[in-house]
Structures are given as structure tokens and as C-alpha cells.
Design a protein around this ligand. Structure first.
Ligand code: ATP
Ligand code: MG
Length: 341
């Protein structure tokens, strides 16, 4: 069986963009491969503070993040689905150290995300931020994961994990690690032609981001549904005066049409035809606001029905499984590098 592995960073409240662009596709993938793969969902909680976070909120966000996935439709009763916290599986940090010693400094220094993030947080450039792609390699290689659905920004890190695996397999002359599939195969596996980008409500030329400061730019999954509807009503549009799907000239309207189609599970072309030629942006906003409100109420109801104890039981079960697999792999690596016979 192949292993599909995905990490869910929960250092801030996720947005509707995260939900539609990451949660839903991941859950769909887990249904598609329910029988033919091991499906590992993990909370990369050790990655959470590679950039500054509010530590007092981290634990609750971790628990909530798991609830969001279940409310999005993840089948946690499937025996092939495993949900665990990275920090509860010590082998991640242990393997990371070993991989560190097989990663040339120059190669790690080429990671563009480190360059970008260190420019964003010039006062808080830690060794952790530099080292996190290698921890990510450990997250993947410990479980022999072949498919790791990630956003574009993570493809370089995935390539690094692949290179580390190739190097160590060659050096120790054995198949220590399964190689993660190369970039093109990963993209094909996700059925993606083009990644989805939900836009900011206040500046639709940019994507909706959970770390954006302007609260009106984003719908949080925890937003009060009525407040969220208001954000849609005040979304930035344009002065063309006619409803058309045109990401270049009418990104705000196109974004609303996209959100409407995804939330109502309808083909985007059908939604576009429904509105073709209409001129009232207010009508469109009311319809989308209604869909957002409807979605959030139902979603939050499902989230609230899941207790912290349910989540802890799911995590503890997943962590037993993960520790067993990860410790076996770690031991194999420790033997290869000469720590044990
Ligand atoms: P940050 O502002 O902290 O970078 P983010 O909203 O970009 O937060 P990430 O944690 O970087 O979220 O990404 C989590 C997942 O959500 C990734 O798979 C990413 O591709 C996806 N994602 C993020 N924003 C959007 C969006 N606006 N539309 C679609 N998918 C998105
Ligand atoms: Mg991002």
C-alpha cells in the first residue's frame, strides 16, 4: 500500500480559502484512496513556532484543527486513516537530527521559503526556521510516504526530502527510504491543473490569507455567520457594472462566483451562466453571503458536535500507530548509520 501524508499547520485560525483550497481536496483524496492507501494526517505542531505564534493558543488550535478536518468530511473511522501530532511521535525530531547530518548546508540554504520568511520576520530568524525543511523530510521519510499533497510553496521542500532519501539510500546501499514521487507525479496525483486561489475580499488581486491583518479581507471558519455575510456584502468589486467571470478585469466578481460554485457544489460554468448579463452586484453578493452563512452555520454545528475527548481519542489511537511505524523506521536508520547492530 502507498502512503499518502499531509500535514495541517494550525498556528492561526484557518480561512475559507484554506478550507476550499486544502481541506476539501484533501478529504476528497482520502475518500478516493480509502481502500488502497494508508492515509496519514498529522498536525505538524513542532513546525508551528518556526515563526512567532501565540503559544497560549497553540494547544486549543491543534484540537480545533482536527475537528475542522472531521467536520469537512474526513472519515476517521476508516482504519487506513491516521491522525496524529508530530510532537507525540519523538522519532520525527530524532530522525531530523540524523538527516541534518546528511544535508549539505549549501543545499539547505537554497530554500526560497527560508529566504522569504526570514525577510518577513527579520527579528525572529531562528535555527528552527532554517531547519524546518529537514524536519519536514523526516515527517515524510519516516512513513515511506510516496504522495505528499502540498501547495506550490512546498514543492521545493518535497524535492529536498527526495534528495536526502536518494543520498542516504545510495550511501548505505539499501532502500532505507521510499522516494516521495517527483513533482509532476505529485501534481497529477492531486488531479490539479491549476491550484485553486480564493481571493482576498478587500483586494481581490491577492489571495485570501489567514495571516492577513485586515479582518475584512478573509472569512475565518470560526467567524460568526452573520459577520461573515457582512464581509461578503462589503467585498471589493469593480465598476464594470455587469456580472462576468473575468479574473483579470473583474477579480472580485469572479472570486464571488467561484466561492458560490464551490459552496453550493455546482459547476462554475453553470453558476456563470445563471448570472450572465445581470447587472446587480448587490444581488450576487446577497446570494453568496447567504451561501457563506449557510455553509458556516452547518459547518460550525458539525464542529461543535465533536468533543475535545473525541479528538483526543482519535489522536491517541493515531499516535500508537504512528509511533510503531516511525520507531521501526528510525531503528532501521540507526542501524544503517552504525548506532546499533
Ligand atoms: P499564511 O498567510 O500564514 O501563509 P495561508 O492562508 O496562506 O496562511 P497556509 O498555511 O500557507 O495558509 O496554507 C495552507 C493550505 O491552504 C495550503 O495547501 C494552501 O495552498 C491553501 N491555501 C491557502 N490560501 C488559499 C487560498 N486563498 N485559496 C486556496 N487555497 C489556499
Ligand atoms: Mg501561505
Amino acid at each position: 500500500m502507498n502512503t499518502i501524508l499531509t500535514g495541517v499547520r494550525v498556528n492561526e485560525e484557518p480561512t475559507l480559502g484554506n478550507f476550499l483550497g486544502a481541506y476539501v481536496p484533501m478529504v476528497n483524496l482520502s475518500h478516493e484512496h480509502a481502500k488502497d492507501s494508508q492515509i496519514n494526517f498529522f498536525v505538524p505542531d513542532l513546525h508551528s513556532f518556526t515563526t512567532p505564534v501565540e503559544h497560549s493558543k497553540l494547544y486549543d488550535l491543534t484540537i480545533k484543527g482536527v475537528k475542522y478536518y472531521i467536520a469537512a468530511g474526513l472519515d476517521v473511522d476508516n482504519p487506513n486513516v491516521h491522525f496524529y501530532r508530530q510532537s507525540r511521535v519523538p522519532a520525527h525530531a530524532q530522525l531530523c537530527w540524523i538527516l541534518d547530518c546528511f544535508t549539505p548546508f549549501g543545499e539547505a540554504s537554497r530554500m526560497t521559503q527560508f529566504k522569504e520568511k526570514s525577510a518577513e520576520h527579520p527579528d525572529a530568524i531562528t535555527v528552527g526556521l532554517f531547519n524546518y525543511p529537514i524536519l519536514m523530510a523526516a515527517d515524510i521519510l519516516l512513513y515511506d510516504a510516496k504522495y505528499v499533497p502540498v501547495g506550490e510553496d512546498q514543492l521545493q521542500h518535497l524535492e529536498l526530502a527526495r534528495n536526502i532519501a536518494i543520498r542516504m539510500n545510495n550511501k548505505f546501499n539499501q532502500e532505507l527510504f521510499t522516494l516521495p514521487a517527483p513533482e509532476q507525479e505529485q501534481i497529477k496525483f492531486m488531479h490539479l491543473k491549476k491550484a485553486l486561489r480564493i481571493r482576498s475580499l478587500t483586494d481581490p488581486t491577492k489571495k485570501m490569507s489567514k495571516s492577513a491583518e485586515n479582518e475584512k479581507s478573509k472569512i475565518l471558519l470560526s467567524d460568526d455567520p452573520k459577520q461573515a455575510a457582512k464581509k461578503i456584502m462589503s467585498a471589493t468589486t469593480d465598476s464594470e457594472g455587469v456580472i462576468r467571470f473575468d479574473m483579470i478585469n473583474q477579480p472580485g466578481i469572479s472570486n464571488l462566483l467561484t466561492i458560490e460554485s464551490l459552496l453550493t457544489n455546482r459547476d462554475i460554468q453553470d453558476v456563470i451562466s445563471d448570472w450572465a448579463g445581470q447587472t446587480s452586484y448587490g444581488d450576487l453578493k446577497r446570494k453568496v453571503a447567504d451561501s457563506v452563512m449557510h455553509f458556516l452555520s452547518g459547518f460550525q454545528e458539525r464542529v461543535n458536535a465533536i468533543t475535545d475527548d473525541d479528538v483526543k481519542a482519535i489522536l491517541e489511537k493515531g499516535e500508537l500507530y504512528a509511533n510503531e511505524i516511525a520507531n521501526n523506521k528510525l531503528l532501521q536508520v540507526e542501524k544503517a548509520v552504525g548506532l546499533y547492530k
